[in-house]
Design a protein around this ligand. Structure first.
Ligand code: FE2
Ligand code: FE2
Length: 153
């Protein structure tokens, strides 16, 4: 029974990871279709504000602390978050920073899904998992659906 329960608790975050991977795909598609950097960046800004900031906060406040603060995987995840925040918050975006968002975001999500979350699932207590499960009922899902300029279509 245990693995099923664990899976449930982390499922909403994994669903958001799927949205993040979609963002990277949308950026790649936009670049292939010669969509302007400004249009792509506007959507990145929206996604960051509506989705990613909240996702990072949940991970940093409730998920990562399940492991020790000096855990190498947690340190890497936090460094990734800092790097991604810097890239998303860049005021004058250029091609390089857009490509960096696409690559860094995908690499970070793959790392969390394949390595970090795996370890967290293993060490988390039932109580900790239950706490995470409850927490996620308040997450606002699909907020990026409302974006009108779907340049990737
Ligand atoms: Fe993360
Ligand atoms: Fe994440």
């Amino acid at each position: 029974m245990k693995p099923i329960k664990r899976h449930q608790a982390l499922k909403p975050l994994s669903k958001e990871h799927h949205e993040g991977l979609l963002l990277s795909w949308k950026i790649r598609t936009g670049l292939k279709k010669d969509v302007s950097i400004e249009r792509i960046k506007s959507y990145c800004d929206f996604f960051f504000k509506e989705d990613l900031v909240h996702h990072f906060n949940i991970e940093e406040l409730h998920i990562f602390p399940i492991l020790e603060a000096d855990d190498e995987l947690v340190k890497r995840a936090l460094a990734d978050h800092r790097k991604l925040k810097r890239l998303f918050m860049k005021k004058q975006p250029d091609m390089k920073s857009i490509v960096a968002i696409e690559e860094e975001l995908e690499a970070h999500i793959r790392f969390e899904e394949r390595i970090l979350f795996d370890k967290i699932q293993k060490v988390a207590s039932e109580r900790e998992l239950l706490k995470i499960e409850k927490l996620h009922h308040s997450i606002n899902d699909g907020s990026t659906e409302s974006w009108k300029d779907k340049f990737w279509e």
